[in-house]
Design a protein around this ligand. Structure first.
Ligand SMILES: [Zn+2]
Length: 109
């Protein structure tokens, strides 16, 4: 967050806007949490941990609108669906069925 969402003043590290006095602590905490989950989502995505990546990226989107998280979720879904017809499932494997942007995603736990 570079500018106050209320008055558009440029922000420093302070949790109160120096121009309009708006309390920014909660907004800044939300932003930090979104960054945190975005980093985790990217790391899990790179490691091919689809379920963990999806969970982290969904958390980002519950905190803020984030084009990168949206794109990664889109790629994740494509990756899963394009490999799904080649997926061999061993007996005894636990499957996770989740709602993935309105579609059903089946993955191995
Ligand atoms: Zn302000």
């Amino acid at each position: 967050m570079e500018r106050c969402p209320n008055c558009r003043a440029r922000l420093d590290e302070a949790e109160i806007c120096r121009r309009c006095g708006m309390e920014l602590g909660l907004l800044l905490a939300t932003e930090r949490a979104a960054e945190h989950w975005l980093r985790i989502g990217i790391a899990e995505f790179v490691k091919d941990e689809s379920a963990a990546a999806e969970q982290a990226l969904q958390r980002v989107l519950s905190l803020r609108r984030d084009p990168l998280a949206e794109s990664l979720l889109g790629l994740l879904y494509q990756r899963v669906s394009s490999s799904s017809d080649r997926l061999l499932i061993d007996p005894g494997t636990r499957l996770v069925i989740s709602n993935f942007g309105g579609r059903v995603l089946i993955s191995q736990s």
